[in-house]
Design a protein around this ligand. Structure first.
Ligand code: NAD
Length: 492
């Protein structure tokens, strides 16, 4: 397996995609200091990228501020045309971008290709939505006056993005900010800078003006400090762990920025015994093992009603042992390595804890010998609410299955958690589906489906899973301010 990533990189059509230079104020900055990028499957060093510092970030903030007036003044349709051109260029370069995602993130190439299409979709969608940033006219409460509400771009925005969707989490934020008329500075995760910088090359080629879209790579703390402190940065969008989200929210308080946070999940996946078993297994497989489990929407607690519990576990286990583990560049691979060894270690800790407390382990042990970042797809049966895996997000290919008896009981157990991003319900009863969709405490609910995300939906969580929304018209509003204007004294 060693050398596979390097060989693919050598064959990349666009050599500039791996130059590892940051995009600041319209210039490509290679920097004096460099950080190494590794293939998480093998630990092999595959490239190096600029290590920008606080001074570079300050330059980026100043450039963004300078670019704001002209970008805001462009007609929304013109901004939209540039975004559309960027999206189509991403699709034209899908193979190169997907290869970079797989090499630095680890996910199977088919999933990486899907991410590129998903990511380009946000640019296309916001290109059109920017033209619909309608305000309101309010029936007046004062005689002789007209009351108007406008939506105006907030100013310079910053995005701190994660490594699990290294392209789509950039375009979901940048598409909205740019369509709204705001320049945006992106700080990608240090594990996945190559795909971010490649996407920045295409942004520049699509005609996004100097300073309007910038990507600054380097140490997270060093780069986020100027973003938090600078009053010129008006909005901050973050996707990642709840711990870091809390830190950023605190850091943004001094300058009272508009903050949107997409944090961890701990999704309940609830299966009632009136469902078609095959559909439930298919749904659970998709909701648990997409992105090798490194997905904030991942089904983390699979509650199965007692009547079909044994049959479900048997069918689910049979499907899990079929999963092919390997390097993401190998065509048959369905489960790749964890991007960070800390994520793999967290999976192992949760498995040990569950087994110690009485859970039964079903695992193919596939991939166990491939390296420290690999976690064999695992089923933990008879999980109880006191186990770590039932209490905190896993972010890996470990499925926890828990039996339940009644609807009231499972709702209470699903809600007894500080996370509230997504939830899934499988049932044949419409009434029950309606009740559950109303009572589950989370921002997004899938009924009889494991697939519901995309540009038109408001993506985001309740409770400690986040603040604000991405995608949809609500996502655009995260980068806009309301302005109320009262035209008085109109009586002639
Ligand atoms: P993280 O929160 O540390 O990393 C996410 C982003 O935050 C990266 O860009 C990182 O460079 C940046 N970051 C980290 N520390 C920072 C700091 N002090 N100041 C500013 N930026 C900082 O996440 P992680 O440690 O890589 O992963 C840990 C867990 O986070 C995962 O196991 C998972 O539970 C969760 N996570 C969730 C998502 C999601 O999609 N919601 C994505 C990634 C990770």
């Amino acid at each position: 397996m060693v050398g596979l990533a390097a060989r693919h990189l050598q064959n990349l059509r666009r050599r500039d995609f791996v130059a590892g230079a940051a995009l600041i104020d319209g210039r490509w900055i290679a920097g004096e200091q460099r950080d190494v990028v590794v293939d998480p499957a093998t630990g092999e060093e595959i490239a190096d990228v600029a290590r920008c510092g606080a001074a570079d970030m300050n330059l980026a903030i100043a450039a963004a501020e300078r670019s704001f007036a002209a970008w805001r003044e462009l007609l929304p349709a013109r901004r939209g045309a540039i975004l559309k051109s960027w999206a189509s260029s991403m699709l034209d370069h899908s193979e190169e971008l997907a290869t970079l995602v797989t090499i630095e993130q680890g996910k199977p190439l088919a999933e990486a290709r899907h991410e590129i299409a998903y990511g380009a979709g946000f640019l296309d969608w916001f290109a059109a939505e920017g033209e619909r940033a309608y305000g309101e006219t309010i029936p007046s409460h004062k005689s002789g006056s007209i009351l108007q509400v406008r939506m105006q771009p907030i100013g310079v925005a910053a995005a701190i993005t994660p490594w699990n969707f290294p392209v789509a989490m950039i375009t979901r934020k940048a598409g909205a900010a740019l369509a709204a008329g705001c320049p945006i500075i992106v700080k990608p995760a240090p594990e996945t800078p190559l795909s971010a910088l490649a996407v920045a090359r295409l942004a520049e080629e699509a005609g996004i003006p100097r300073g309007v879209f910038q990507v600054v790579v380097g140490n997270p703390m060093e780069l986020s400090t100027p973003l938090l402190r600078d009053t010129r940065v008006r909005a901050l969008s973050f996707t990642g762990s709840t711990e870091v989200g809390r830190l950023l929210l605190k850091g943004a308080a001094d300058t009272v920025k508009k903050v949107s946070l997409e944090l961890g999940g701990h999704a309940p996946f609830i299966i009632f015994d009136d469902v078609d078993l095959e559909k439930a297994v298919k749904g659970a497989m998709a909701a648990k093992f997409a992105t090798s489990g490194q997905d904030c929407l991942a089904a983390n607690r699979i509650y199965v009603q007692r009547g079909i519990y044994d049959a479900f576990v048997e069918a689910f286990a049979a499907a899990i042992v079929q999963l092919k583990v390997g390097h993401g560049l190998e065509p048959a691979t369905e489960i790749g390595p964890m991007t960070k060894v800390s994520v793999a270690n967290k999976c192992r800790t949760q498995i040990d804890d569950a087994v110690k407390k009485g859970a039964r382990l079903v695992s193919a042990q596939q991939g166990a010998s491939l390296g420290p970042n690999f976690v064999p797809p695992t089923l933990l049966n008879e999980v109880t609410d006191d186990m770590l895996i039932a209490r905190e997000e896993t972010f890996g290919p470990v499925a926890a299955v828990l039996p339940f008896d009644s609807e009231e009981e499972v709702i209470a157990r699903a809600n007894a958690n500080e996370m509230g991003l997504a939830g899934y319900v499988y049932t044949d009863s419409l009434r029950r589906a309606l009740r559950l969709s109303e009572q589950i405490e989370c921002g997004m609910v899938g009924i009889n489906t494991a697939s519901f995300t995309g540009p038109p939906i408001p993506f985001g969580g309740w409770k400690q899973s986040g603040l604000g929304r991405e995608g949809s018209r609500h996502g655009l509003a995260e980068y806009m301010e309301l302005k109320y204007v009262c035209f008085g004294d109109l009586v002639a």
